[in-house]
Design a protein around this ligand. Sequence first.
Ligand code: ZN
Length: 215
Amino acid sequence: MYMVLLGPPGAGKGTQGEKLKDKLGLIHIAMGNLLRETVKKKTPSGEKVRAFMEEGKLVPDGVILELLKNEIELEKEGFILDGFPRNLSQARKLDEFLDKEAEKLDLVINLEVKKAVLIKRLRGRLICSECGKVYHKSKIDHSMEICKDCGASLLQRNDDNSDIIKKRIEVYLEHTHPLIDYYRKKKILRNVQGEGTSEKVFQRIMDLFKEKKIA
Ligand SMILES: [Zn+2]
């Protein structure tokens, strides 16, 4: 099964992606993390990605699809993708790419969360400096601001402050609007209310499978 998780920054894509991975036995590809991990490896593709990131440029779609291809070859059962595609052009390229692999996208879950809730979540967000796992300030032991998985220190992402947060959400909504229409027309889009605890949101996603609203 090939799935995409859509939703603005702070919608919970990373958290739900991890839960779905455990439940469905698919790989979860968080594009931001994949890019960071790729840069760490001193491979030719790592060097390529590093060059774009260091210049503050967006990594081109072709390079991203090349990385995805490697991931798919490692795991043929499918994937849960988050952080890509971010616009219509990327969505079309992803379809073309899957088509070449004789695969297709089965499901797009769109996590819907109100702007005020997103801002609140993002302001308190801490990210592991090593593995990219996301924590929330209100839910961690403040004497131990280290990652439970790898022990590295937790950092506030520098783009997680108010003005930048608002801007990121606006940019997201502007670019993904056509993307949502695109998947709706293909009849693979499912909207899921993304507010409440991560357990509740996960249950709503699982209900989609139960009710066989999924092709
Ligand atoms: Zn970590």
